[in-house]
Design a protein around this ligand. Structure first.
Ligand code: C2O
Length: 546
């Protein structure tokens, strides 16, 4: 195994998109940021220097960070932000994970432009559990705002309204041919007749679950979130923000150009294939000369409708681990967390400008009716480590405070989230089950729930209200998929299981950034107890303090 050193400089860089040039926060002047490629077992050392005017942290999405919680990155959870002019070096080892992950800023909405792929190859000398592809291409799906994303979220926070939606979806930072002033930059993905290309698809969008497809080509899914899957074939995949999916495509079609495309699942609009669809071009290198290049119109794919939940359900039901896995059969901590939005009444000391949500309310979001508030003068991990009192409380409810029909309309008086920095303490080694239940309050939604520091098994998903008496029999305890982000079905639920074998403070949150800002998050504090195995490494000397 190697030690790989990298430098990330966070800086403002001019980036031209949708006809105009914007001052954009990037890493090393690149948008999207650099792709990191490592082998399983390697150690990554990344020195991040902040030359921008915002506080920033970097999170290594999906990396287990076994006992290296100080390198996880979410601001005020495992570290204070890196202030302008300062640096911090993240150091961690990849242990047992293979496939596609990514890294992104974990401060405010900076990850709109501060993100990149993190590719983990098998250990040196080891092979993929599928035929080695001739080419491999990261496909980063994203969202672009013409306005400064930090201003967009700031305005929403100040007014209590929903933030403006993005101006484009992107593939590898490019909106593609269907958007104005964009066809020059459209991403071109090469393939040869007869070859296999591994597409490492990452949903890096801030707020939007996305469908992805390639015209005329079957997608063979072989992995997700850096865990291998039992391969299956599909025409279309869906990824919630945060999720990754590895698919093989074969160069088995007439040699010409084909669009690959992504568009919204569960957006407000029901647009046809149009300029709310981002495209890249799959181009056969073997194509005869005039077939290559811009004179050939690529073949259009078809994509499911924006509300096609049946396609999403069929897709996620196909997920299986490649073989029988060890799912905890007995449970020590059985938790039930509701997830959803809410509307808080306008507080008395607020003026109307600060309450521009529906009917003069403010948007909020919560888990078990608690709207999570980050500390601002110390991180939770550090407070825990040093025994600083008064930063968080350990009374996060293990069950919702009120039970109701989660698929129906709930009166606002019943569900006024309370604000707090409440965490759940878990014993090291505990076998944990969490039922995640969409409340459908304000709107039913597919929430991508991401847990830091862990991979978990998704043992079941369903619609309606989770019923322990009848739904438990549907659990797959044999070969469920392992992931770090679960797209909880709209108007439904998902059940995850894992062993709390990684001490630290681990944020669990909706990966729609608009929901994090509204409080759809909590922290699992896995107590580091005593003994070598259970303790975490001491904080690095350059750990940013507040
Ligand atoms: Cu990909 Cu907490 O994030």
């Amino acid at each position: 195994a190697k030690i790989q050193e990298h430098e990330f400089v966070i800086q403002a860089t001019p980036v031209k998109r949708l006809c105009n040039t914007h001052s954009t926060i990037t890493v090393n002047g690149q948008f999207p940021g650099p792709t990191l490629e490592v082998n399983n077992g390697d150690t990554l050392v990344v020195k991040v220097t902040n030359k921008a005017r915002y506080n920033v942290t970097i999170h290594w999405h999906g990396i287990r960070q076994m006992r290296t919680g100080w390198a996880d990155g979410p601001e005020f959870v495992t570290q204070c932000p890196i202030r302008p002019g300062e640096s911090y070096t993240y150091r961690f080892t990849i242990q047992g994970q293979e496939g596609t992950l990514w890294w992104h800023a974990h401060s405010s909405w900076l990850r709109a432009t501060v993100y990149g792929a993190l590719i983990i190859h098998p250990r040196e000398g080891e092979a993929y559990p599928f035929t080695k592809p001739k080419r491999e291409t990261p496909i980063l799906l994203g969202e672009w705002w013409d306005a400064n994303p930090i201003d967009v979220v700031r305005q929403a926070t100040q007014t209590g309204a929903a933030p403006n939606i993005s101006d484009a979806y992107t593939i590898n930072g490019q909106p593609g041919d269907l958007y104005k002033c964009s066809s020059q930059g459209t991403t071109i993905v090469p393939i040869d007749s007869g070859e296999t290309n591994l597409l490492r698809v990452i949903n890096a969008a801030l707020n939007q679950p996305l469908f992805f497809t390639v015209a005329n080509h079957k997608l063979t899914v072989v992995g997700a979130d850096a865990s291998y899957l039992k391969p299956f074939t599909t025409n279309v995949i869906m990824l919630g923000p945060g999720q990754t999916t590895d698919v093989l495509i074969q160069g088995d079609q007439p040699p010409t150009r084909y669009y690959m495309a992504a568009r919204a699942y569960q957006s407000a609009q029901n647009a046809p294939f149009d300029n709310t669809t981002t495209t890249a071009i799959l181009e056969y290198k073997s194509a005869p000369c005039p077939a290559k290049g811009s004179s050939i119109k690529p073949v259009m794919p078809s994509l499911p409708a924006y509300n096609d939940t049946n396609t999403v359900t069929a897709f996620s039901k196909s997920f299986r681990s490649p073989r029988k896995v060890e799912v905890p059969a007995e449970i020590d901590d059985n938790l039930f967390f509701t997830i959803g939005l809410g509307l808080n009444n306008c507080p008395k000391n607020f003026n109307a400008n600060q309450c521009q949500g529906p009917n003069g309310t403010r948007f909020t979001a919560s888990m078990n009716n608690v709207s999570f508030v980050l500390p601002n003068n110390v991180s939770i991990l550090q407070a825990h480590h040093l025994g600083v009192q008064g930063v968080f409380t350990t009374d996060f409810p293990t069950q919702p405070p009120v039970k109701f029909d989660y698929t129906g309309n709930v009166s606002r008086s019943l569900w006024q989230p309370v604000q707090g920095t409440k965490v759940t303490k878990l014993k090291f080694g505990s076998r944990v089950q969490i039922v995640l239940q969409d409340t459908s309050i304000v709107t039913p939604e597919n929430h991508p729930i991401h847990l830091h520091g862990y991979d978990f098994y998704i043992v079941a998903e369903g619609f309606g209200n989770f019923d322990p008496n009848k739904d438990t029999s549907k659990f797959n305890l044999v070969d469920p998929p392992m992931r770090n982000t679960v797209a909880v079905p709209v108007n439904g639920w998902a059940v995850i299981r894992f062993v709390a074998d990684n001490p630290g403070a681990w944020i669990m949150h909706c990966h729609l950034d608009v929901h994090i800002g509204w409080g759809l998050a909590t922290v699992l504090l896995v107590d580091n107890g005593v003994g070598l195995l259970q303790s975490i490494e001491p904080p690095p000397e350059d750990l940013p303090l507040c």
